[in-house]
Design a protein around this ligand. Structure first.
Ligand code: GAR
Length: 195
């Protein structure tokens, strides 16, 4: 059974979908802990599922490195096989990436390498593209620049705003994330083989 830690900053709807998938006896992974960099609304989900959570508030630390050190310490205590960034809106310091990658993956609401960064949905709309997408990647030292594990196109519809487009992308992200975690757990996808 693959053990997974999930890090969030927001509502955690994708996390919730993973928690629901992982509750199924046939699913080969379990979420063992959820962490957040702020008092995220999504911390309610692990509570609903009886799963522990921890908070490492970014603003309480003097530097990104100091925050990352504490985050790493908390994560390590759970010895997860895989760390999933599911809406963590914070760049991890290089030492944390080095410690976990390639067992460190991220979901992104765009068809990478298009529209990386914190505003993937807004940037796609602003560019006026007809389609954007969703991606799951391995985290590296860049901004959403790591190897792509799965991705799918999502159409931009006339009249879309950031919220409506994002709400159409998220179900695709959830499906991709649940499938990638499953494939990692079964060994179908070997992260050590991906460069
Ligand atoms: C998701 O769309 C995720 O891909 C995005 O934040 C959202 C979190 O939604 N992450 C990024 O944009 C990271 N660059 P959720 O909190 O409802 O799961």
């Amino acid at each position: 059974m693959l053990t997974v830690a999930v890090l969030i900053s927001g509502t955690g709807s994708n996390l919730r979908a993973l928690l629901e998938a992982a509750r199924h006896p046939d699913y080969p992974a379990r979420v063992v802990v959820v962490g957040a960099d702020r008092e995220a609304a999504g911390l309610a989900h692990p509570e609903d599922f009886g799963i522990p959570s921890f908070l490492v508030p970014y603003e309480r630390f003097d530097s990104r490195e100091a925050w990352g050190e504490e985050l790493h310490r908390q994560l390590s205590a759970w010895r997860p096989d895989l760390v999933v960034l599911s809406g963590l809106m914070r760049l991890l310091p290089p030492a944390v990436v080095a410690a976990w990658s390639p067992r460190l993956i991220n979901t992104h609401p765009a068809f990478l390498p298009e529209f990386p960064g914190a505003h993937g949905v807004r940037d796609a709309l602003a560019a006026g593209v007809a389609q954007t997408g969703a991606s799951v990647i391995v985290v590296d030292d860049g901004v959403d620049s790591g190897p792509i594990l799965a991705q799918e196109r999502v159409a931009v519809l006339p009249g879309d705003d950031i919220a409506s487009l994002h709400e159409r992308i998220k179900p695709v992200e959830r499906r991709l994330l649940i499938d990638v975690v499953r494939r990692i757990a079964t060994g179908e996808l070997d992260l050590e083989d991906i460069h």
